[in-house]
Design a protein around this ligand. Structure first.
Ligand code: BGC
Length: 810
């Protein structure tokens, strides 16, 4: 079922465990390189992101250089407005591109797609933390040249990127001219038919120059945005290894939107030309810096880079990347040699999205592409935070603190919608709701409970109770208030607490009553808020007083939240013995899967929303997601019947779906299906499953790949902070190994078909549950090896399978 939309031929990527390297380039691959590869080879550190444009700056399809959070405002225009519709949206901006190094040999331009290539390789070295390209080609006049370039986005200084460049003539001398530039690119075209792409701000020139300067090999540009009032400084500097080689002394030249510098030299066999370029990007993140100050910051980053030197930067990068792998690597022993590579590429993307994200959120495509305008969604809390909580708790905390920083705007939004408490935006950069379609936006109130859920998991797994009191409790109080106000005790449902007019994760069923996922998550939110408020009142009176000061919490409120939670209405169908996704879901007509052509997926691009809303067709895991997140609220029988019912009617038109489906399939016992869904999740981008990889990597699915490995096959659950494993190692794998950070300890888990081993690598003591049995690890007794439970026989579905929908899309 896995489908490569524009497949690079089989032999293009050798199965290297630590690298993803294309070894060929040819006319048949040209479109792929100037498209998907710009995403596949994107580099980022969570703050600065640079897509994988070719070194010469052309040909190029969707060039992108981004700073997390650097955005412009844009009006949202509606044909018909209503109260509470957001008027202003936000778009992440494309910044001046400092990657182009345009090369001319004896006056002729070198362009990859035109050159007579003799050898080629380009790939990510996932241990060195860089992108490397090696090309040997023959110029039309006959001389052969070899060019090696490296590019990295630094982890040690999150404003910095570096490019190494080395050219050698292999048989005869040649005169070369290298034009290194930093320039604003023309705006990209928008596709008004794809809701995931439309980004009007980026289709116009929105950066206003604020000044520039050039000196020696350095140039610095300054810009400002009109609406969001942000200031940007960016610059480049160069170091030439042997400057006496240059025939003309180079001098940087600057205009408002463009800087360039020309290097000219003779290259001859044995006398390569080597230089490197540092790029720095800074913006004013609300600290009041002036345009000059930002240019100075750029200068200081460039100075620091020069002092460290390229070798120093490379060493620092390698050291930081090694630290990441130490915390986060997952190993699989499998007969498929590509598997490890695919898994590592996914983990590497998680590093690129999060490692230096402090102070920001994580966009739906990280910093790898323009899709979804750089907006932060629930993707972070539900799909990426699990990975961070278990591998980099400090960054998980930072992301939750970032949400906390949005609380005032969330309070305002609740007031605007006529509610108490706070409601977080469905999609945003600056904290304000930026979703123009309320049915699949604002109505996804579940984001409030998703944040509360992630907070609880962070606190319980990391043990950071201080954060709960300093930041978490305030978010819990305001979200619980919101739920209590949004729902009501319905006489028609026996006085149960109902929440109407909401959209759950499934965006093909909008503005429904009593979405099971939402009600369950809201219940957890309400209960946790009451629990935390009461515990603080009892045990931490000073913190509690501060909480009351900040929120105006009244004594009676927690009891009201508890009451709503205890009387929460949860839809149940006795005849089918399943949980209906919402009150009306089972009344709907079945979707005609048999009559849906394969090229009509994702359905959202081919059917009016109303057609989708009135049918039993699901975009992405919804009830199935509830069964994973809140698995302790379902019996095994309910899980199986629900899964059997919903699985065949789920299209996976969202990339957030298959990873969750894999986890629950594994839990229920459908190992073949779990494996198939896992492959979809893991290869979502590398096999371009949705056909839209060129617009950016699917970060939620990437986080979901970690979840599918550790929580699906590893069987890790943490309900109520109790760490348990119910391993489900796929038959085709020999072993699965992963590290976890839990309450200050480091645990390493190894699953084999006969034995599962838990090793406490750091920390005093840890209690976990393996296949129902409690296991205690301590520094004195750090290892436990226990029999791996046998995989149960594949179960049989309780419901007839609907004709299976087409492969998932993005
Ligand atoms: C999904 C949402 C998701 C968004 C951004 C949509 O297609 O339905 O659940 O948050 O993409 O990834």
């Amino acid at each position: 079922m896995l489908r490569l939309r524009q497949p690079p031929p089989e032999d293009t990527f050798p199965p290297l465990p630590w690298a993803l390297e294309a070894t060929r380039f040819g006319p048949e691959l040209s479109a792929w390189f100037v498209g998907q590869a710009e995403t596949m080879f994107a580099l980022a550190n969570g703050h600065l992101g640079i897509r994988g444009m070719l070194d010469e700056g052309a040909p190029v399809r969707e060039p992108g250089v981004y700073l997390n959070g650097f955005h412009e405002l844009r009006p949202i225009t509606y044909g018909e407005r209503a109260h509470g519709f957001p008027r202003v949206g936000q778009s992440m901006l494309n910044l001046p591109d400092g990657t182009p190094m345009r090369l001319y040999v004896d006056g002729e331009p070198f362009l990859l797609d035109r050159a007579e290539l003799l050898s080629f390789s380009r790939g990510l070295d996932m241990r060195a933390g860089l992108l490397e390209r090696r090309v040997v080609w023959r110029m039309p006049a006959g001389c052969r040249l070899a060019l090696r370039t490296i590019r990295l986005v630094a982890l040690h200084d999150r404003h910095l990127a570096a490019i190494g460049w080395e050219l050698e003539a292999e048989d005869a001398a040649a005169t070369v001219m290298l034009c290194s530039e930093m320039a604003l690119r023309p705006p990209l075209a928008v596709d008004p038919d794809d809701p995931r792409l439309a980004e009007p701000a980026a289709s116009k020139r929105v950066l206003r120059p604020t000044g520039h300067e050039a000196a020696g090999l350095r140039a610095v540009l300054g810009f400002a945005t009109e609406g969001s009032g942000l200031l940007l400084g960016c610059g480049m500097d160069h170091v030439v290894e042997d400057a006496s080689r240059l025939s003309v002394s180079p001098e940087a030249r600057c205009q408002e939107e463009r800087a360039e510098i020309l290097f000219q030299a003779e290259v001859a066999p044995g006398r390569p030309l080597r230089l490197w370029k540092a790029l720095a990007y800074h913006y004013d993140g609300g600290d009041g810096a002036t345009a000059e100050e930002l240019r100075e910051r750029v200068g200081r980053s460039l100075d620091a880079a020069r002092r460290l030197g390229l070798d120093g930067i490379l060493a620092e990068q390698r050291r930081r990347v090694a630290r990441f792998w130490e915390r986060a690597d997952i190993e699989v022993e499998d007969s498929d040699p590509h598997r490890q590579q695919v898994i590592r590429w996914n983990l590497y993307q998680l590093m690129q999205a999060s490692e230096r994200v402090e102070g920001h959120g994580i966009g739906a495509r990280g910093l790898t592409g323009r899709s979804y305008e750089g907006h932060y969604f629930w993707d972070t809390e539900i799909y990426v935070l699990p990975f961070l909580i278990y591998t980099n708790p400090a960054m998980a905390r930072s992301l939750l603190a970032f949400r906390h920083g949005m609380l005032d705007k969330a309070r305002e939004r609740a007031r605007e919608l006529g509610h108490r408490g706070a409601t977080f935006p469905w999609r945003t950069i600056d904290g304000r709701e930026a979703s123009a379609y309320y049915a699949a936006g604002t109505a996804q109130y579940h984001i409030n409970a998703d944040i509360a859920f992630a907070l609880r998991r962070y606190v319980e797994v990391s043990g950071d109770a201080t954060f709960l009191r300093s930041h978490g409790a305030e978010m819990l109080v305001e979200t619980a208030r919101f739920w209590r106000d949004l729902g009501f005790f319905s006489p028609r449902h026996g006085g149960r607490f109902c929440i109407n007019g909401v959209t759950g994760p499934d965006e093909y069923a909008t503005v429904v009553n009593n979405n099971l996922f939402t009600n369950l998550m809201a219940r957890a939110n309400l209960r946790y808020a009451a629990e935390v408020a009461e515990a603080m009142r009892r045990d931490h009176p000073r913190d509690f007083a501060e909480l009351v000061r900040r929120t105006g919490l009244e004594d009676v409120e927690p009891a009201g939240w508890r009451e709503a939670a205890e009387r929460m209405y949860l839809p149940w169908d006795e005849r089918l013995r399943i949980h209906p996704q919402d009150d009306s879901f089972l009344d709907k007509e079945p979707w005609d899967f048999a009559g849906t052509p394969e090229d009509h997926y994702p359905l959202l691009l081919h059917y009016h929303p109303l057609n989708l809303y009135r049918a039993q067709v699901i975009k992405q895991a919804d009830t199935v997601l509830a069964m994973f997140l809140l698995g302790d609220h379902f019996t095994p029988e309910e899980k199986k019947r629900n899964f059997d019912y919903y699985d065949p009617i789920t299209t996976h038109d969202s990339s957030l779906s298959v990873c969750v489906q894999a986890i629950v399939a594994a839990e229920v016992g459908y190992m073949a299906k779990a494996m198939e869904y896992f492959r979809f999740a893991a290869e979502m981008d590398l096999s371009d499953v949705g056909g839209n990889m060129r617009h950016g990597a699917h970060v939620a699915s990437i986080g979901g790949t970690w979840m599918a490995l550790v929580q699906g096959f590893g069987g890790l659950r943490d309900h109520g902070g109790r760490i348990s494993f119910d391993p489900r190692l796929p038959r085709e794998w020999r072993a699965l190994r992963f590290p976890l950070a839990i309450r200050g300890c480091r645990l390493r888990v190894e699953l084999r078909h006969d034995v599962t081993t838990y090793r406490l690598e750091a920390g005093a003591a840890l209690t976990l549950v393996h296949d129902g049995t409690e296991v205690q690890l301590s520094a004195a007794s750090p290892v436990a090896s226990l029999p791996t439970p046998k995989l149960p026989p594949e179960p049989v579905s309780e419901f007839p399978p609907a004709p299976h929908p087409a492969p998932p899309a993005g």
